[in-house]
Design a protein around this ligand. Structure first.
Ligand SMILES: Nc1ncnc2c1ncn2CCOCCNC(=O)c1cc(-c2ccc(F)cc2)cc(O)c1O
Ligand SMILES: [Mg+2]
Length: 214
């Protein structure tokens, strides 16, 4: 059977990256997506904005919604101190299998926990199953029509604390209008927009950073 795009992306990482070197994994994926096949990783331009938000925050407990091939998982985990933990949720089992291998090639499996399943099923179980009180940082990059309901679900489950930072990908393309309207108008958030481009293209896209005020 024909290989899938995530499998071809993993092959490119195996061929060009150095095991245990996260930056080489990131560069191999960006090169593959720019010169071989587009894929829905956050990419290098928006990825640099993600890096700066994570570096400034220095989070201990991180949640990522939507792993895909693990590109942003590696970008975030490489900036975390070894004691920190990143839980990443991926719905698609094939994507999850690829992401596990990408994360292992980067040598970051000690601080990453990849969980297969739907965000709405796992968010209510974070406390009892993972012993998580609250998250310091949440990266939203999954189904665009789940950003808002899952944010409300995280609020209801008490997973956000005063100062928790939410960073949302694709707020322009594909777009998350209901989520944007909520975080920009709610008195419980301080929100700002980082204008950028859709990964590997000239189309406009951007990230929305929203601080939960409690
Ligand atoms: N744990 C979970 N719970 C629920 N759902 C889950 C889940 N885990 C995964 N999923 C399923 C959704 O995963 C992928 C979501 N990402 C995107 O769809 C995406 C699309 C584009 C894009 C595509 C085509 C264009 F023309 C222009 C832009 C760009 C991006 O940067 C994107 O991130
Ligand atoms: Mg995205």
């Amino acid at each position: 059977t024909r290989s899938t795009r995530p499998q071809r992306l993993l092959n490119a990482v195996r061929k060009h990256a150095t095991r245990g070197d996260p930056q080489s994994v990131i560069s191999a994926i960006d090169h593959f997506c720019r010169h071989s096949e587009w894929a829905m990783n956050i990419g290098d331009e928006k990825g640099s904005i993600l890096d700066s938000v994570v570096s400034e925050l220095n989070p201990e407990k991180v949640l990522e919604l939507g792993t895909y091939c693990g590109y942003s998982t590696v970008r975030i985990a490489r900036l975390l101190p070894p004691g920190a933990r990143l839980i990443t949720l991926e719905f698609n089992a094939d994507y999850a299998a690829i992401a596990r291998q990408v994360i292992a090639l980067a040598g970051l499996e000690d601080r990453v926990q990849l969980v297969e399943g739907a965000s709405e099923d796992w968010i209510p179980r974070m406390k009892e199953h993972f012993g998580i009180e609250t998250f310091d940082f949440v990266f939203l990059d999954h189904w665009k029509d789940r950003y808002l309901p899952d944010t409300k679900l995280m609020e209801d489950c008490g997973l956000l604390r005063k100062g928790t930072v939410l960073l949302a990908d694709n707020v322009i393309c594909p777009g998350v209008p209901d989520y944007l309207q909520y975080v920009r108008n709610s008195l419980s958030y301080k929100s700002c927009y980082f204008k950028s481009h859709l990964e590997y293209t000239k189309a406009e896209d951007g990230l929305e950073k929203s601080v939960f005020l409690g």
